[in-house]
Design a protein around this ligand. Structure first.
Ligand code: FES
Length: 249
């Protein structure tokens, strides 16, 4: 039984009946990717905890007793003796429905449209939600902001159909260091970043900060607020390397 293995122990499991070595407790999705299997995913990133929000990474898992279940693989742990089936008719059918729902939430996302086309998802059955700002509520931006950057500047607000990712009170949040990590990981590119006149703006959060200037090239390169955020953690800034930006809030 899988319970006999401590986390991190090597285990043998199967993918489509073929035996593979894995590590007990590792993300099944990451293990599948490591072995070169393509499983679509939008809300997973190895740098942050799994959340299981987009539901795209579905697989069918057969346990030791032969019981089948459809599950998300990003937050399913590798276990001894399981057989992981990819792209079974049930998995394909469920994934198509999920993609159709996601497409209605983010109808303008080129990534999502490409995925939908790749998986033969019929468009037009669901009314696109034009007010959703192309956000699929996957929470990846929030996890990166909290777990990697440590800024905690954004969070999910409200519930049900009113649920959305935002800053507290929908206002510019002084905790945001405008690092752009949320922009980088967003799978539908619905956050947006602009740089002009020595300032960087994270469009969706309405956060604008002046950029520090590189002493070597004279080019603005990153928000000074961000430099100071990390300087506090790392113990000091070398101002020979950059010129301070004008005061910020
Ligand atoms: S990647 Fe697994 S639910 Fe999104």
């Amino acid at each position: 039984m899988s319970e006999q293995h401590p986390f991190g122990a090597p285990v043998t499991f199967r993918i489509g009946g073929r035996p593979y070595e894995g590590t007990y407790g590792d993300s099944l999705l990451e293990t599948l990717h490591r072995y070169g299997y393509e499983v679509p995913s939008l809300c997973h990133h190895e740098a942050v905890s799994a959340y299981g929000a987009c539901r795209l990474c579905l697989v069918e898992v057969v346990d030791k007793r032969g019981r089948h279940k459809i599950t998300t693989s990003c937050n399913f742990p590798v276990q001894a003796g399981i057989d992981v089936l990819l792209d079974t008719p049930d998995v394909v059918r469920h994934r198509r429905v999920v993609l159709e729902l996601l497409l209605a939430m983010a109808p303008r996302s080129p990534e999502l449209r490409a995925l939908a086309a790749e998986h033969d998802v019929p468009g037009g059955r669901l009314e696109p939600d034009e007010s959703a700002e192309d956000c699929i509520l996957c929470g990846l931006c929030e996890r990166v902001c909290r777990e990697v950057v440590g800024a905690n500047a954004i969070a999910m607000s409200a519930r049900g159909t009113a649920k959305r990712m935002t800053t507290p009170y929908d206002a510019e949040n002084p905790a945001c260091i405008a690092c752009g990590a949320c922009v980088y990981v967003c799978p539908t590119r619905c956050i947006g970043l602009e740089e002009a006149d020595g300032k960087r703006t994270i469009l969706r959060w309405g956060r604008t900060l002046p950029l520090a200037v590189c002493q070597q090239t004279g080019r603005a390169f990153t928000p000074q607020f961000l430099l100071e955020h990390y300087a506090k953690k790392l113990g000091g800034l070398d101002e020979k390397v950059f010129r301070k930006a004008p005061p910020y809030r």
